[in-house]
Design a protein around this ligand. Structure first.
Ligand SMILES: [Mg+2]
Length: 261
């Protein structure tokens, strides 16, 4: 049987800065993903963002025009839930995050206590509802020895109007005050690839990671042995490319089918 594509069976797409910026689609994103799906290339989505559930991300993608099943989405909240189930089952989590984080943890059967009383784990992701009180509760738990987990340490995230402080800025505040270091489950940690392999049978040698950040997306691809494509529509610029070289550099996702063939 002929392969759907000469080089790849699967394409894993980062979201912000790769397929869209905030609410604005990047030109060519819909057409590229649709053409790959039509040809039989598996398309998966990998984002460090932990503000939504896996289903919530799939719904957002579908509303933007990317028909998506929840099981094709690997987002920070889901990766974190799977890590806790695997390594720290039975423990209770104090979430520093938006409602989507707590909901994803609960959907996976993980105990969540927003009061922070007697929690064993502090789990941090981007939180646009952050208050000093929440930060304080997390700080107290960390000083008492709670496990410190984070979806990612992205310092910023791109929006249509420029950058905003990322989850890493919140993690940094807690690292500084508690003098603790978190375990980070999102990219470049290759953990999500293990989940993709188990759930979709992805072969790393025939999969490409497409993203806009060298330190997360391209580093993730290297850590998993995947091919990598950097798009120049988000965080990293061509001049930023150093020792960590992507296999492909695309002005934008619109060039994917022209350059990767
Ligand atoms: Mg991105």
């Amino acid at each position: 049987m002929s392969k759907p594509h000469p080089q790849i069976d699967a394409a894993v797409f980062d979201l912000d800065g790769t397929l869209f910026l905030g609410k604005t689609l990047i030109k060519g994103a819909l057409e590229t993903v649709a053409a790959l799906r039509k040809s039989g290339v598996k398309t998966l989505y990998l984002t460090n963002a932990g503000t939504r559930t896996r289903q919530g991300v799939a719904d957002k993608l579908a509303a933007m025009g990317f028909p998506t099943n929840a099981n094709e989405v690997y987002c920070g909240s889901y990766i974190l839930a799977r890590y806790i189930l695997d390594k720290h089952a039975g423990k209770t989590v104090f979430p520093v995050g938006e409602p989507g984080l707590s909901e994803e943890l609960r959907r996976n059967g993980i105990g969540v206590d927003e009061s922070g009383k007697d929690c064993d784990i502090v789990a941090v992701c981007l939180d646009r509802t952050l208050t000093y009180d929440k930060l304080g509760r997390a700080h107290v738990l960390l000083r008492k020895g709670a496990l410190f987990l984070a979806t990612n340490k992205d310092h910023i995230f791109p929006t249509e109007t420029g950058t905003m402080p990322g989850a890493g800025a919140i993690v940094a505040a807690l690292e500084f005050s508690s003098e603790r270091t978190p375990y980070v489950v999102g990219k470049p940690n290759p953990m999500a690839f293990e989940l993709m392999k188990a759930e979709h049978g992805i072969d790393c040698g025939r999969a490409v990671m497409v993203g806009d950040r060298l330190d997360t997306d391209i580093a993730f691809a290297r850590n998993c042995g995947m091919k990598s494509a950097l798009v120049l529509t988000g965080n990293s610029k061509k001049a930023d490319i150093g020792d960590l070289k992507p296999d492909f550099v695309l002005d934008s996702i619109a060039d994917f089918l022209k350059k990767i063939r």
